[in-house]
Design a protein. Structure first.
Length: 621
């Protein structure tokens, strides 16, 4: 094969492009001194599109079909069902084992704790995984297997511990056996949270690695749809009398739910991992993390300091946004229950404990129905919003000899660019009369051109804050149910926008390293080179970034728990006493944090269309 000299091109908008050929005989090649920015190496155009002797990854930034996106994100459906079983039925199950409510609060701290520790660790480990399966699939499969095992053990905790201790002659009804059962169940709640965080971290990074740069928003939208379907299925199953329909799965609702969730998780994760392959991990670059717990924390701290600016700002928004979302997610059923019970307590402030419990349980059921409506609204929004919000990136031009994969409805031929990077030149032709072409045309007709993803995220914070302020005037369960249903709209954007923005940034930087995109001019190359620390420390790889992002979600949950406890301590009234609005004030506190998040969202980089400044690159003829 003929050897071609490497090409270094600098594009200047005022002077036009020029090229400079460099080889081993070129004079005056000056070595780089310590700390100097190597702009030339950042701005090289050697890639699978330009050179016949390319030795690296030769994947193209092609558009993927909707069916491909469905298969890629299918594992999110099983993951969400597992989450919904734990969050909606875990507390009643643990209380049925004899656990007190004060201990229950300590048990559920496992969620944010595992999210803050496990996801960054799994992210770093998967970034450095180089086995033939890929970087993410081993962790997805391992996490799914551990989650299934934990769900089944947790559901049968009483029988397992009673049977084991019965071998030694222990009475199943004795205090020691009951305490052992509770401790065993608590242990596996923590193990379950850790296992779920493993699969969650790996699935998110899997999507970033596999989906093309210009379809990261589309892929994350499909992930939210899959999660929405999982949520709806979980809530519907929770409201059915499963032991009556599936007695062979167990004699309790929780046992049946865990068995169904385990089956669906195994099915969806298995299909996704078998149908969608990853790039060869050997082209992913050198390993950046050393073994050992201390080295992990050092590497994590270094990665946090080296985060790209766009990702850092998204994490700042998430920190305050999740201080607001945590009270809503954990206390909204209690809020509706208190609204329902208020008239009963006013009429009879001295009712018995049994009657109070009966009224509060009915209010909790109304709250669960409101959450079902909330899930339906979230799913509807996740389907509709990607059609009206224009995508950040457009599809690249396929090579003339390469058939183009059908585009999804949310990937029209509109032009857009991001910051200082550019994608290959988009198509200038009109959409064809084929089905995919008609879908593109319909998608463009629905879009609100001025509504970028960042602006939509900003509006979601404002909407959430406004809806939390409405708790001052809501007095009926119907109004509260409508309020909860409307919150499904900002919740859909909260689960889509930040992940899409971060995923696009990660994928864009990875594509630049692989030669699929490049800085649009020399000044942009200097900005890119200034962030070399992120690449050298692995702080712009999917696993690390998404792990740090999850810390920005998990840590504020602990803060929200502490602040909520203070508010409850100050305002909560005795059980059965009318006029208790402590939960409403906790929700209003969350609305105030959403205002801060909205202000910080304005600092997130805006994606702006700039057709005239594209760095166009074509495959040699």
């Amino acid at each position: 094969m003929a050897q071609h000299p490497k090409v270094v091109s600098f594009r200047r908008s005022s002077e036009g492009p020029f090229e400079e050929h460099i080889n081993e005989n070129s004079p005056l090649i000056r070595p780089r001194t310590s700390g100097e920015v190597d702009v030339d190496s950042i701005y090289k155009t050697v890639s699978p599109l330009d050179s016949e002797d390319w030795d690296g990854d030769d994947d193209e930034e092609e558009s993927k079909s909707s069916f491909f996106m469905f298969l890629l994100t299918l594992g999110g459906l099983g993951l969400q069902i597992g989450w919904s079983v734990e969050t909606s039925n875990g507390s009643p199950y643990l209380l049925s084992l004899g656990l007190s409510k004060s201990m229950l609060a300590l048990v559920w701290i496992a969620g944010p704790l595992s999210g803050a520790l496990v996801q960054p660790y799994v992210g770093m480990k998967s970034d450095n995984c180089r086995i033939s399966w890929g970087r993410r699939r081993p962790f997805i499969i391992g996490g799914a297997a551990a989650t299934i095992m934990c769900l089944m053990v947790l559901a049968w905790a009483r029988e397992i511990m009673s049977g084991f201790l019965g071998i030694f002659g222990a009475d199943p009804e004795s205090w020691g056996v009951r305490t052992s059962v509770m401790c065993f169940a608590i242990l596996f709640v923590y193990v379950l949270d850790f296992a779920i965080n493993v699969i969650q971290a790996a699935i998110r990074a899997y999507i970033v690695d596999v989906a093309p740069t210009h379809q990261q928003e589309t892929a994350n939208a499909w992930m939210i749809r899959a999660s929405g379907v999982g949520n709806i299925m979980g809530y519907l199953a929770g409201n059915a009398n499963l032991p009556a329909y599936f007695p062979w799965l167990g004699d309790s609702q929780f046992k049946c739910l865990c068995a169904i969730a385990s089956f669906i998780m195994a099915l969806t994760v298995g299909i996704s991992c078998m149908a969608v392959s990853e790039r060869d991990p050997h082209y992913a670059g050198p390993v950046t993390q050393q073994d050992g717990l201390l080295n992990f924390f050092k590497s994590l701290a270094r990665s946090v300091r080296s985060l790209p600016e766009q990702i850092r700002r998204v994490c700042e928004v998430q920190f305050f946004a999740w201080i607001g979302w945590f009270p809503f997610l954990f206390y909204i059923t209690t809020y509706i229950g208190e609204i329902y019970s208020e008239p009963f307590f006013e009429r009879d402030p001295n009712m018995s404990d049994e009657k109070i419990t009966e009224i509060l349980e009915e209010g909790t059921r109304l709250g669960a129905r409101a959450l079902l409506i909330f899930s339906l609204t979230t799913f509807a929004a996740s389907v509709f919003l990607p059609f009206i919000i224009p995508p950040t990136y457009s599809a690249p031009v396929p090579h003339p000899t390469t058939p183009m994969t059908p585009m999804t409805p949310t990937t029209p031929h509109s032009l857009s660019a991001s910051g200082y990077f550019s994608i290959k030149e988009p198509s200038r032709t009109r959409p064809s009369k084929s089905l995919s072409g008609r879908l593109v045309a319909y998608g463009e007709a629905l879009q609100i051109k001025s509504l970028t993803l960042r602006r939509s995220w900003f509006l979601s914070h404002i909407i959430f804050a406004a809806l939390m302020a409405l708790t001052f005037v809501v007095r009926s369960t119907l109004a509260a149910t409508i309020l909860v249903g409307m919150i499904g709209l900002p919740w859909a954007l909260t689960n889509w926008a930040p992940f899409a923005l971060i995923s696009s940034e990660i994928s864009k930087r990875d594509a630049m390293r692989r030669g699929l995109i490049r800085p649009r001019d020399r000044e942009a190359a200097i900005v890119a080179a200034a962030e070399d620390d992120a690449s050298e420390s692995g702080a712009d790889q999917a696993g690390v970034v998404l792990g740090i992002h999850n810390v920005a979600i998990a840590a504020p949950q602990v803060i929200a728990t502490l602040v909520s406890s203070v508010i409850f301590k100050m305002l909560q009234k005795p059980r059965g006493t009318p006029g208790d609005n402590s939960v409403a004030w906790v929700l209003r506190f969350g609305g105030c944090c959403a205002i801060v998040a909205a202000w910080l969202t304005l600092r997130v980089g805006e994606e702006k269309e700039d057709d005239s400044d594209f760095s166009r690159r074509r495959r040699p003829s």
